[in-house]
Structures are given as C-alpha cells and as structure tokens.
Design a protein around this ligand. Structure first.
Ligand SMILES: Nc1ncnc2c1ncn2[C@@H]1O[C@H](COP(=O)(O)OP(=O)(O)OP(=O)(O)O)[C@@H](O)[C@H]1O
Ligand SMILES: [Mg+2]
Length: 232
C-alpha cells in the first residue's frame, strides 16, 4: 500500500519546484548576489527544513518559493505551473486558497486584535465560522483569554503564536514558515512543532520551514543546508 502511494506520488507534479533560481540586487553599480543556482523539488506531503547561517538567503528563497518575490533568473513551479506565467490575480487566488505563511517578523496587523488577526484569512475566503475557528486555533497555541489583545500588548513569543494560528487556521495545503519557533521557549516550541506535524499528517500539508531549531529540522522528512546563497 505504501509502495503504491509512493508510485502514485511519482506521477504527480512536484508541489514546489525551483529551477536555476538566482536573485541579485543592484546597489548603485555593484551587483549584490543573494542566491545562486538553486534547484529543488518538494513533493506533496513532504516536510522540508532549510537551515544555514544568518544572511545565507533562507528568507529570500522562501519568499521566492511562495511567489512573494520574483527571481532575477530561473523559475518556480507550483504543482507544475510556472508562477511567472500566472497573472497577479491567479497567483493571489492560489495563495489565498492553498497557502499558509508564517513570517520571520510575524507581520500581524497592529490595528487588529489577536482573534481578528487570526480571522482575517478566513474572512477573505468568506468563511462564516471565522470567529469560532479562530478561537479554537488560538486555544491550540495556548492563547485562550488573549483574544482581545492587540499585537503591541503581546510578547514576541505570543505574537509568534498568533501568527502561527493565522497560518494554521486555513488548514493550508502548503505551509511556508520562517523561523516559526524562533521566539518561543522550549515548551511552546515543542507544542508548535506538534501542530506542524499533526497538520502534515491529517491534511497531507506540505511544509517548508526555515529553522535554526535542531529538533524541528530532525523531525522534517528532508533537510536542506544553505551557505552563502547556495544549497550545499
Ligand atoms: N532587498 C534587499 N536588498 C539588499 N540586500 C538584501 C535584500 N534582501 C536580502 N538582502 C541580503 O541578502 C542576504 C540574505 O538575506 P536573507 O534575509 O535571505 O537571509 P537569511 O538566511 O534569512 O538570514 P537570517 O537567518 O538572519 O534570517 C543578506 O545578506 C541580506 O542583507
Ligand atoms: Mg531570515
């Protein structure tokens, strides 16, 4: 059975594929290279951890894979479709419908309280149960009772958990997470990790996680090491 599942997966396009990606920026007349020669393939349901020293290009690569940034060279494919060939509208439709993001800087909306931040992606989809789902998800990340708190009144770790709740609440097909446990203590980190892998198991969510956390990297099905803008 497992072998047949594997065979079936082989026939499907990769959930994410990158071919020959490069990213550079020009600073006056100097060209600053951020990423070079990136090739990678991620199958649906896989969990990929990306590790490497600060500044090696992990967040930049994550942004390219999620279509939030455009490469200077090369192509990213979502389920076999080159994202450069999609209109901005088609791109955001796919993102809103199937992707979850956890940003390194959390990116909560400061004018919305915790529960409203978590409800937002559900409301964008017209989900009528947004409030109850958001509340349940806040409970999962240990923030029950903090629904009405605004980001400015939450600690870094609490903001990170709100950001995680916002990403998980849409039960995404693909979850991009940048240092999701970076601001958490051991216990909350372990709980968040459990959330990740439960989501992967129950929904077959594909996980792409940038992390410095060894236990998170070890629990992933594959670990990709980067250095100075390259996969090593
Ligand atoms: N828009 C930009 N303009 C200039 N330099 C940039 C830009 N974006 C990223 N960089 C540079 O590219 C390099 C890679 O940045 P990136 O944020 O991807 O690193 P990272 O691996 O995520 O690091 P960290 O672990 O500290 O988060 C850094 O040296 C950064 O300063
Ligand atoms: Mg980063």
């Amino acid at each position: 059975m497992a072998a047949r599942d594997d065979e079936m997966r082989q026939d499907q396009p990769f959930a994410i594929e990158a071919k020959g990606l490069a990213k550079w920026v020009s600073d006056g007349n100097e060209k600053l290279s951020i990423l070079q020669d990136i090739h990678l393939q991620v199958r649906a349901g896989e969990s990929l951890a990306m590790v490497g020293p600060s500044g090696c290009g992990k967040s930049t690569l994550l942004g390219l894979l999620a279509g939030l940034d455009t490469p200077s060279q090369g192509e990213v494919y979502w389920a076999g479709e080159a994202i450069a060939s999609l209109s901005e509208e088609a791109r955001s439709l796919r993102r809103n419908g199937r992707f979850g993001f956890v940003f390194q800087s959390f990116q909560l909306l400061p004018q919305l309280n915790a529960i409203e931040n978590v409800m937002l992606p559900l409301e964008l989809r017209g989900d009528r149960d947004a409030r109850s789902k958001a509340k349940a998800m806040l409970a999962e990340v240990g923030l029950l009772g903090r629904e009405q708190h605004f980001p400015a009144t939450l600690s870094g770790g609490e903001q990170q958990r709100v950001a995680l709740a916002r990403a998980f609440v849409v039960t995404p097909e693909l979850l991009f997470a940048d240092e999701p446990t970076g601001s958490l203590d051991y216990e909350s980190g372990a709980r968040v990790m459990e959330l990740f892998f439960n989501l992967q198991k129950s929904l077959g969510t594909t996980l792409i996680i940038v992390t410095h956390d060894d236990s998170l990297a070890k629990a992933s099905s594959r670990c990709l090491r980067m250095q100075a803008g390259r996969i090593v």
